[in-house]
Design a protein around this ligand. Structure first.
Ligand code: 2P0
Length: 350
């Protein structure tokens, strides 16, 4: 085949494939995303920084169906309904718009993380969907474009495109919507040798009372503490980047813990208050303080739920997990390390 035909043929093959599978992992923010500057484009008020995990993968398959009049979405073996379905269909509409292909899709997603429990299932979910849907619809985005696309599904998903540590840029809040959209994406953050673990205490795997989307909107709109947290989060990010570059786990942990507690303080001051922490959360936080008193570097972070994630050295993870398990006998405790970024499964995923 003459050389000049190679690229178009490949593009045609991609366009013809119409089926793809992808896997992505959740991430836990050490510098939190809490608050949007644009709801439709999912632009955050502040930069955030996370570690992608090596546990709790989401696997998603997307197949185009030229005959179908609507999308079929299955989550963990059951038809998706309500808000979950609406968000996935809106995301597919965006991909269809970009690809200029109208076909409806059959989406099948398996989450291994408890959905809606503040463990970032929307991060792994929309990262896997972005990778699979882009491929199925014949798009060929680079990692930055995939991160922007995943962001439109759920902000934190922009970070799960990448493995290890990732920084999500809030982007420019001035100029056109297109400029703002282009300027907000995640990218990998180089770190010195760190060998970190996150010990994850799942204290209540049930769905949360207030969605993070609603809670962050209420916080920005009503919390008198919000602007000061956003300002301090910028300083925290600068300190975090230095701590990661130096491989200074104690500094990483101290900054992560204060950033998370500050975020929860903004919500407690919202009107009406949003409180995700439960008595079990506080018991685990006490056990983390005790670990530090005993000379083990261990630092807590919490998201939009009662669960606690404890950052420590990999070498200390079993001991930390034992202490956390003792503090939260009703929960389950998991040890995660840094995981890989979102990726296509070979052979269209089947
Ligand atoms: C984070 N969280 O940085 C923060 C900290 C929860 C607490 O990202 O509205 O599900 O879909 O963009 O990504 C949870 O928010 O929210 C979240 P949307 P998302 O991980």
């Amino acid at each position: 085949m003459p050389e000049q035909h190679t690229a178009p043929v490949r593009a045609q093959e991609r366009a013809g494939a119409a089926r793809a599978g992808a896997v992505a992992h959740p991430n836990i923010a050490l510098i939190k995303y809490w608050g949007k500057s644009d709801e439709r484009l999912v632009l955050p008020r502040t930069d955030s920084l996370s570690m992608t995990l090596d546990i709790f993968p989401t696997t998603t398959h997307v197949r185009l169906d030229a005959e179908a009049g609507h999308d079929t979405v299955t989550l963990n073996g059951a038809p998706a309904t309500g808000e979950a379905r609406r968000r996935i269909v809106a995301f597919l509409d965006l991909v269809r718009d970009m690809a200029k292909r109208p076909q409806r899709a059959v989406v099948d997603t398996e989450n291994t993380v408890p959905t809606g429990a503040g463990l970032a299932s929307s991060a792994s979910g929309f990262a896997a969907l972005a990778v699979a849907a882009a491929a199925a619809y014949g798009l060929d985005p680079d990692a930055t474009a995939l991160s922007r696309l995943a962001r439109r599904g759920s902000g934190s998903a922009s970070r799960s495109i990448f493995g290890g540590f990732a920084l999500w840029h809030a982007g420019r809040h001035t100029g056109t919507a297109a400029d703002a959209d282009l300027s907000s994406y995640a990218e990998p953050v180089p770190t010195a040798e760190l060998d970190p673990a996150l010990v994850i205490a799942v204290l209540n795997a049930g769905p949360k009372a207030v969605s993070s989307r609603t809670a962050m909107r209420r916080t920005v709109d009503t919390s008198p503490l919000y602007e000061s947290w956003a300002a301090s989060s910028r300083d925290d990010l600068a300190g975090m980047r230095v701590a990661l570059a130096h491989g200074d786990l104690e500094a990483v942990g101290e900054i992560a813990e204060r950033n998370a507690l500050g975020m929860h303080a903004t919500m407690l001051a919202a009107r009406p208050a949003v409180r995700y922490m439960s008595p079990a959360t506080l018991t685990v936080l006490d056990s983390v303080l005790q670990l530090r008193r005993d000379g083990i570097p261990a630092y807590a972070t919490m998201d939009a739920g009662p669960n606690v994630k404890v950052l420590c050295r990999r070498a200390d993870a079993d001991r930390v997990a034992g202490v956390v398990r003792g503090a939260a006998p009703g929960g389950s405790v998991h040890i995660a390390g840094p995981g890989r970024g979102a990726r296509l499964l070979p052979g269209g995923g089947r």
